[in-house]
Design a protein around this ligand. Structure first.
Ligand code: G1P
Length: 296
């Protein structure tokens, strides 16, 4: 039987300490790339892939996320009065249909696997997606859409993967396995943040997952792994004993927006592509910044 991916989990409870002080009172997922917060890129990607229900696994101090996807009557009526219909439309368009966003809380910082487990009752017994908003991927066809398409054939759990420099394996979940065609790797090992000397490959998991619901029983065991946290990668390594899991070699450029340099690079890439400010930014890079490069 062919199953559809209808629900997506967004773990958004993290503290964002790498971006302090910016993230002291602002959720890191609200940091903007040009003019859109990271979380909105991820939510738009999910809806574009046919997701019907968004599940935020949130925490203390994350209220701005809820407000972002809700009406702001004062703002909307002011924009209307001022005749700013285009801006009004932009603000209204990002509000999902009533009831299509569900919020649950991760009330202890026990890791990504635990955050996903917190949404078990909202997901129920069906395959689902997980999106990590920190991983922003610029692609013609959004990554989750690429994966949902592949899932129609595999009907198996799947993670987005890309090659990373071998010395960086300790920043990622790493997979090993055999290539099946152009885009898929049939995974035979998964390990969370291995030292370069212990990594089976340099194929890293990027924050897009499709998981079958059996993962929840494995997460329930609450096994603590790398960094003393409950890791989704470890639960998937257990799942591998009973089910196939695929790596999906996506098309697109990934920016690590959980990292200051990656976040700035994302801003440059999206700014250059922006019809309103692209030329101005390009001019700055070429005429002002670049001539300075040799002197720094
Ligand atoms: C998480 C996952 C890791 C994955 C990474 C992708 O790590 O645990 O397997 O490779 O996201 O961004 P984190 O970056 O939250 O430490």
């Amino acid at each position: 039987m062919s199953r559809k991916i209808r629900k997506a989990i967004f773990p958004v409870a993290g503290l964002g300490t790498r971006f302090l002080p910016a993230t002291k009172a602002l959720p890191k997922e609200m940091l903007p790339v040009v003019d859109k917060p990271l979380i909105q890129y991820a939510v738009e990607e999910a809806f574009a892939a046919g997701i019907e229900q968004i599940i935020f696994v949130t925490g203390r101090g994350k209220g701005a996320l809820e407000d972002h996807f809700d009406h702001s009557y004062e703002l909307e009526s002011t924009l209307k009065k001022r005749g700013k219909s285009k801006t009004l439309h932009t603000v209204e368009a990002l509000i999902p249909e009533t009831g299509s966003i569900v919020y649950t809380r991760q009330n202890q910082p026990l890791g990504l696997g635990h955050a996903i487990w917190c949404a078990r009752d909202v997901v129920g017994d069906e395959p689902f997606a997980v999106l990590l908003a920190d991983d922003l991927v610029k692609a013609e066809k959004p990554v989750l859409s690429q994966m949902v398409e592949a899932f129609k054939t595999t009907q198996s759990s799947m993670v987005a993967v890309m090659e990373v420099p071998p010395q960086q394996t300790d920043r990622y979940g790493i997979v090993g396995g055999k290539r099946e065609g152009d885009k898929l790797i049939r995974i035979d090992s998964l390990v969370e943040k291995p030292a370069p000397s212990e990594a089976p490959t340099n194929q890293a998991i990027i924050g897009r997952y499709i998981l079958t619901p059996e993962i929840f029983d494995l997460l329930k065991r609450k096994e603590f792994g790398a960094g003393g946290e409950i890791q989704i990668t470890d639960a998937m390594a257990h799942l591998l004993k009973t089910q196939a899991i695929y790596g999906y070699l996506f098309d697109g450029i990934r920016f690590d927006c959980g990292d200051k340099a990656g976040f700035q690079m994302a801003n440059i890439a999206y700014a250059l592509d922006n019809p309103t400010i692209g030329d101005e930014v390009l001019h700055y890079i070429k005429e002002v910044a670049a001539p300075h490069f040799d002197t720094v």
